[in-house]
Design a protein around this ligand. Sequence first.
Ligand SMILES: Cc1cc2nc3c(=O)[nH]c(=O)nc-3n(C[C@H](O)[C@H](O)[C@H](O)COP(=O)(O)OP(=O)(O)OC[C@H]3O[C@@H](n4cnc5c(N)ncnc54)[C@H](O)[C@@H]3O)c2cc1C
Length: 362
Amino acid sequence: MRSGSPAEELVKLALESEAQTIYFNQNYGPYDVQIEQHIRQTARSAGIEVRAFKDTLILAPEEVLHQAGKPFRVFTACAKAWHQHAKAKPLPALRQITTPAAIKSEPIPTLDHWELMPEANVLQPGEKAAGHRLKRFLRGAIFEYAAQRNQPSLEATSRLSQDFRFGTLSPREVYAACHETARICTPAERRGVNTFVNELVWREFYFQILWHFPNVLDENFSPQFSTLQWDYDSAQFRRWCEGTTGFPIVDAGMRELNTTGFMHNRVRMIVAMFLTKDLHIHWRGGRKLFYAKASRRRHPGQQRGLAMVRGVQAQTQHLTSEFRIPGHKRRPAIRKATTSKDGFRSSKMSTLFDLHNHRPRN
Ligand SMILES: Cc1cc2nc3c(=O)[nH]c(=O)nc-3n(C[C@H](O)[C@H](O)[C@H](O)COP(=O)(O)OP(=O)(O)OC[C@H]3O[C@@H](n4cnc5c(N)ncnc54)[C@H](O)[C@@H]3O)c2cc1C
C-alpha cells in the first residue's frame, strides 16, 4: 500500500523489487489516460517496460464502432453491434505469484481514514468476497432481476459495481458466468439474466462515450442544451447534499450515499432529476462542489457522489417525467431534453439480447 503520485510510486516500487515490467489493465476516462501516460513516461526513463491489457471492459471502445468507423452515440445501435462481436473467454487464474520479501507498505486504511462509520455496513472488499457476491447473485436474485431491480427497498441488484471499479471482478468473467447461467435456467429466469447483461452493456457504452467524447465530463453531450439557464441556490444545494430537502426518497438516497457510499440506481435517477429538474441546479456546479469537498476530506461517499453528479448530465437527456416530484415547478426547456434523438437512451429500450439463443429479443 503506497500513497502519492501513481507514476512515481509505481516506478519506485518496481525499482525496489527489481521488476523489469509494469503490467496493468487499461482504463478509459480522461484522468486515467493522463495517469497512464505519466506512468509510461516515468517508467521509460527508469528503463522499465510497461504493458497495458484490456480487462476493465469486455470490448474496448475501438472494437465497437459504426460501419463508418465512427463511435456510437445511441445505446440501442451500440448494444446490437456489441452483441455481434466475439468475446474473449476469461483466462484461468495464475496458480502462484512470487513477490519479493520486505517490500515497504503503508498500513491498510481503516474506516476512520475514509470517514466512514462502522455502522455503514460497507461491503466486504477483495476478490474472494467479490466472487461470493457474484455466485450468490447468480444463484437467486438474477432470476428476478428484470422484475425487481427498480425497487430500492429490495436487495435485488448484484452490488458488483465497486468490484468492477476496483478490478476485484472482471466483467469478462461475469459475462461468461451469465452465459452459463442462461444455458441452464428456465426461459422465464433467463429474462432476468438478459436484463442484467443489458446493464453490463450500458456500462460498456458509457465507457465508450467517455473514451470517444471525453468532454462530456464538462460539457453537455447534446449541444442544444448548452443554452439552458440554470439557477443556483447554495442553501438548496447544501440540503440536497445532506439529504435534508424534505422529500423523503431524495433524502433517503443522499443519506444512504453519505453513510455507505452507495445508492440504488433508481434513487440515483431520482436525486439527479431532483437536482437538475426541480432545483434547476447545473450538474457541473454540483460536481465542482463535490470535488472541493472530496479533495479536503477523502470520503468515498463524496467521491461516488461526484461521479453521480457527473452522471446527471447524461441522465437528464433520457429520463421521462416519471421522476417529477409532484407539485414542483418544471422548465419546459428541460422537458424537451427527453425527446432528443441524440440522447443516450433510445426510444426502443426493449432491445434485450437473448444470451442463450443469441438473437435480439423484442
Ligand atoms: C445519476 C446516476 C449516476 C450514476 N453514477 C454511477 C457511478 O458513478 N458509478 C457506477 O458504477 N455506476 C453509476 N451509475 C449506474 C448504476 O446506478 C450503478 O452502477 C448501480 O446502481 C450499481 O449497483 P449494482 O452493482 O447493484 O447494479 P446492478 O443493477 O446489479 O447492475 C450490474 C452492473 O451493471 C452496470 N450498470 C447498472 N446500471 C447501470 C447504468 N444505469 N448505467 C451504466 N451501468 C450500469 C454497473 O456496472 C453495475 O454494477 C449511475 C446511475 C445514475 C442514474
